[in-house]
Design a protein around this ligand. Structure first.
Ligand SMILES: [Ca+2]
Ligand SMILES: [Ca+2]
Length: 312
C-alpha cells in the first residue's frame, strides 16, 4: 500500500494516466468519479496536490528540463537548524515520488541541514543550506563541494545565468525571523564568491531570477521586487504583495512570484501589471515552473505538499 495521496482541485477536471488511477485504488480522493469513462490513452495531469508522501517542510521545486523530473528540497525541521536531516526528493511530472531521499543529509558523507533554493547548471546542482551553498552531481546526487559564507544567516534562493554563473540571496533573518542585517545577493563565478550587493536595506531578499540581462529579486521582508544590473545598481523597486518568496521568469519578460501574504502566485507582466494566477495556497514557498507543460510547481511550506497548477 502506497502512502501516496493525490488530492484534486474540485474546480478542475481530474485527468490522470490510467496507471496512476490503478495504483491509487480507493485511496485517491474522490474527484475521480469519471473512472469508467476514462479513455485508454494516458492524459495529462492538469491540477494536483502531491501530499502524504514524506515531504517535510518543502521549500523549493526545480524542474530539470533534460531529465524531465522535479526536485523538491525539504528543510525537515526549522529553517535554520543545523540538524543534518535535510533532503532532496525526485518527483515525476505525473506526481510520483521517484526517490524521496535522492540527496539525504542523514547519509554518510553528505551534509544537508535545511536545504532551500536550488539551481542546476553544468551538471551541478547548487543548493543553499543556512550559511553554505552546497554542490551535488545533478545526475547522481553525490556531493561535489561547498562554499560557506562568513556572516551569512539565511541563504535562500539560487539562480544560474546562461554563462554558468550562480547567484544566491541571503534573506538576513535569524531563527525568530528577525532581521540580522546580513541581507545580500552573492555571485559564484569561476569558483569565487563575491557579493553583488550587501546592504541591510535590501528588504530581506528571497527569490532571485536571472533575466533581462540582470537579476530580478523579490523580497520576503518588504514585499518588493526590483532589478539588479550587473553593475549592482538597483532599479524599478516596486511593492508587489506581502512576504514574497519564489520567482520564475517567463518568456515574455515577465515573471511569476509567490506571496505568503496573499497565499497566492502572481504574474507580473513585462510592463509591471500584476495579476493573480493561483489563489488559496498557504505559505507558497520557492515555486518552480515546468515550461514544457506550462505548469507552476508550488511547495506548501507548512503543508508538506507540492501543488501543480497550469498557467493558462
Ligand atoms: Ca533540517
Ligand atoms: Ca525561498
Amino acid at each position: 500500500m502506497t502512502a501516496r495521496t493525490i488530492s484534486t482541485d474540485p474546480r478542475t477536471l481530474l485527468t490522470l494516466p490510467l496507471f496512476l488511477l490503478a495504483g491509487c485504488g480507493g485511496g485517491a480522493d474522490d474527484g475521480a468519479g469519471e473512472g469508467a469513462d476514462a479513455p485508454a490513452a494516458p492524459r495529462e495531469v492538469a491540477e494536483m496536490t502531491v501530499e502524504n508522501v514524506g515531504f517535510a517542510t518543502p521549500e523549493s521545486v526545480l524542474h530539470l528540463t533534460d531529465a524531465d523530473v522535479y526536485l523538491v528540497s525539504n528543510i525537515n525541521g526549522a529553517p535554520l537548524d543545523a540538524d543534518g536531516n535535510g533532503f532532496i526528493s525526485r518527483l515525476s511530472p505525473e506526481g510520483e515520488v521517484l526517490e524521496l531521499r535522492f540527496i539525504d543529509g542523514a547519509a554518510e558523507g553528505v551534509t544537508l541541514n535545511a536545504p532551500k533554493g536550488m539551481a542546476a547548471t553544468g551538471g551541478t546542482l547548487y543548493v543553499t543550506d543556512i550559511d553554505c551553498l552546497r554542490m551535488f552531481d545533478v545526475a547522481t546526487g553525490a556531493p561535489t563541494g561547498e562554499q560557506c559564507i562568513e556572516g551569512a544567516t539565511f541563504l535562500n534562493d539560487v539562480a544560474a545565468d546562461s554563462d554558468g554563473n550562480v547567484y544566491f540571496t541571503d534573506s538576513g533573518l535569524d531563527a525568530a525571523f528577525e532581521g540580522t542585517g546580513a541581507d545580500a545577493i552573492y555571485m559564484l563565478s569561476g569558483g569565487t564568491v563575491a557579493p553583488v550587493l550587501a546592504d541591510p536595506s535590501l528588504g530581506r531578499p528571497n527569490g532571485v531570477a536571472s533575466m533581462n540581462g540582470g537579476l530580478q529579486i523579490v523580497t520576503f521582508g518588504s514585499g518588493e521586487s526590483y532589478f539588479v544590473a550587473p553593475t549592482g545598481e538597483r532599479s524599478g523597486i516596486t511593492a508587489i504583495a506581502g512576504s514574497l518568496d519564489g520567482i520564475e521568469p517567463l518568456e515574455d519578460g515577465g515573471y511569476l512570484v509567490s506571496s505568503w501574504g496573499n497565499s497566492a502566485v502572481h504574474r507580473v507582466a513585462a510592463d509591471g501589471t500584476v495579476t493573480t494566477v493561483v489563489e488559496g495556497v498557504d505559505a507558497p514557498a520557492d515555486i518552480g515552473f515546468d515550461r514544457t507543460r506550462s505548469r507552476i510547481l508550488i511547495p506548501l511550506f507548512n503543508g508538506d505538499a507540492v501543488v501543480f497548477r497550469t498557467l493558462r
